[in-house]
Design a protein around this ligand. Sequence first.
Ligand code: ADP
Ligand code: MG
Length: 260
Amino acid sequence: MPIPAGAPIVVSVNGLVKSFGPHRVLNGVSFDVRRGEVVVVLGPSGSGKSTMLRCVNFLETFEGGTITVDGAPVGYRSDGQGRRRMLDEKMVAENRERVGMVFQSFNLFSHRTVLQNVMMGPVSVQHRDKSEVRKQALELLEKVGMAEKADQYPARLSGGQQQRVAIARALAMRPAVMLFDEATSALDPELVGEVLRVMRELATEGMTMVVVTHEMSFAREVADRVIFMDGGAIVEQGVPHEIMANPQTERFRSFLGTDR
Ligand code: ADP
Ligand code: MG
């Protein structure tokens, strides 16, 4: 379903510049994500996709540009004279609550049960009522098909099951946007589908999502918009059936390669 142009902007990235030492890996990246929009980010390895997502969650600092989530600046505020940018820890902490992130590695706490993993953030970071959090956590586990495993430890679960718990855990914080960084890349092929299914369902329900993936069919079928990155910049973007069927640059054409 097309996202109305008037839908509020949840994530706004403006002229983002990021280097590691002398190596500039993001070279002025700008894009907006509107409420309910699913943006899929494609690009070759090393093009800066992960770094870009990590900046949105301020897991990386950045030296140029601005990012806002739900209107609030990420990481830095200006000194009021528009010159110096000051790191603001409180802003960073608040931002992390607005942004849910799912990584390639599931990163569940191994000494906590599935249910405890999902409840931990809302209870210890958001200080929400424990019984309310438990109820919500069980609903989320039901949604990702993991309610029956609520009392298991992560080591007893398959990779696909762990990743579905990781999605529930991120959702439990009630984020404004969910970021997925190659969430299915570490999974055995037969487990990819169950995780993509959960991601599709979230998209259908109107979750705002930025998804880095190599799953072209997910991009084609689920994305409202596809962004193709190369060399730390956005090279092409548009609705998937248009830009994937008709790439305008040699770089995107060769990236899509035999898959088309
Ligand atoms: P992608 O996710 O598209 O594969 P990344 O964002 O991981 O790309 O990486 C972009 C570039 O930044 C690559 O050249 C990578 O080697 C470099 N890079 C990423 N993280 C670091 C880091 N922590 N230190 C130094 N270089 C890094
Ligand atoms: Mg990456």
